[in-house]
Design a protein around this ligand. Sequence first.
Ligand SMILES: Nc1ncnc2c1ncn2[C@@H]1O[C@H](COP(=O)(O)OP(=O)(O)OP(=O)(O)O)[C@@H](O)[C@H]1O
Length: 489
Amino acid sequence: MLSPESSFDEPLSHKTPMLGLKLWVVIGLVVVFSIVLILAFLTSMYIMIQNRKRLRKDVMISEKYKLPILHVPHVSKEIKVVGDQEMNVKGSKSSGRFLDPLVLFSGRRLKKNSYDNESRISIEKSNTVSSSFISSVDLHSPLMALPDQFSHLEWGHWFTLRELQLATNFFSDDHIIGDGGYGIVYKGDLINGTQVAIKKLHNHLGQAEKEFRVEVDAIGHVRHKNLVRLLGFCIEGTQRMLIYEYVKNGNLEQWLHGQKCSLGILDWEKRMKILLGTAKALAYLHEAIEPKVVHRDIKSSNILIDDDFNAKVSDFGLAKLLGSENTHITTRVMGTFGYVAPEYAKTGLLNEKSDIYSFGVVLLETITGRDPVDYGRAAHEINLVEWLKTMIGSKRSEEVIDPRFEIRPSTKALKRALLAALRCLDPDYTKRPKMSQVVQMMESDDDQMTSRNDRSRAHSKNTNNAHKVTNEAPRIEHAGRRKSASSRK
Ligand SMILES: Nc1ncnc2c1ncn2[C@@H]1O[C@H](COP(=O)(O)OP(=O)(O)OP(=O)(O)O)[C@@H](O)[C@H]1O
């Protein structure tokens, strides 16, 4: 007789057509498989909900800071508190060195120092890679291998190599914009449509590391309409990349001497707009932040131009930070031939006045359309600064203007620009004006020019032969003053 169990077991023990497995084995497998499916479904739902939440947060942050929607690490929004007594104000050490321009320029001081009022509209909030974010990344990531080295990266986006490869079609040649001394610059199109410039640093003997840190220290936190904006960075293995806003319209060198000339000759107003913007950016770096930033490589190819012909100063790879306790530092001479200040070239003595000299050279280059050093010219014309001093000395300042101008600037405008350039080029660096004064000179109307010229003439009375340039400047101004006086009659 069969027991009840055996009558129940019997059908379960029947072999099924599925690989000859017994029925109870098949049922077991189906149950286990269903449980796994349900668990997988629940897990993916949970991950999806978390991702959505994170993305929503990223979008909100990205919209707020007008940054690409990629990795937006944990953000801290600090507005740093500053005293408004001095232009050279200090940021709190714990919250980063640089100041929020909104705070900096929001007081009475702003009106007096109106040279930089563009800064009011740009609100810097440090987009901080928090320590919690850093400690949550993959333990094998390069960042974790170098925690101290990069702990100062308290800003911007951390781009992955993969994102940048996708943006540049794997760094293909047709994305190359240019090849500078420190790396190749690529144009990148991020998946959200943002165009960026990616500087992939060469890594000769750790050079990438050095350049990377210098650039990040110099402009990582600063915002100014006339400074190219550093959006973020990429650190992977030995790769170091810097990601900037993409500036569409080439650089000043290309517009004066290169490929952009075929699009037409830059008119006087555009040239002066570009130079004024450059002067404002330098005034900001030298006078509005602490420690101040000395760029060290001001030249026409480092002045990028946007669609509205605004200047965007770029390439901070050689920059030096100068605390208020230092009037100068001594350093290895770097920079570009033709633009370097004489005292810096001779002694390595560096302060912001070296940038002011280089700015003077760029201003002359822009007025005359000539290269700072041009071996294709007659011997006495090879060096632009020397040639210009001779021309002004022999009262031929009207002849120095770029002959390609379709409409020449007024004599007054030309003389104003030449005067500004010559004062920046004073061989005695202590006599060079501050960048904010240069901005005022370039913006000032004729009456202001006249009174400043009087002061400048008095100041130059006791100059000697070595300061020939400052003696010549009033001569130009004098002519300008007579003209404006007669025109008022
Ligand atoms: N943010 C940017 N947007 C658009 N083009 C850029 C940007 N940054 C740099 N470029 C262009 O990339 C090229 C290389 O720039 P980079 O500053 O590296 O070198 P450089 O100024 O040509 O040389 P150097 O090493 O002597 O400074 C230049 O043509 C420059 O105009």
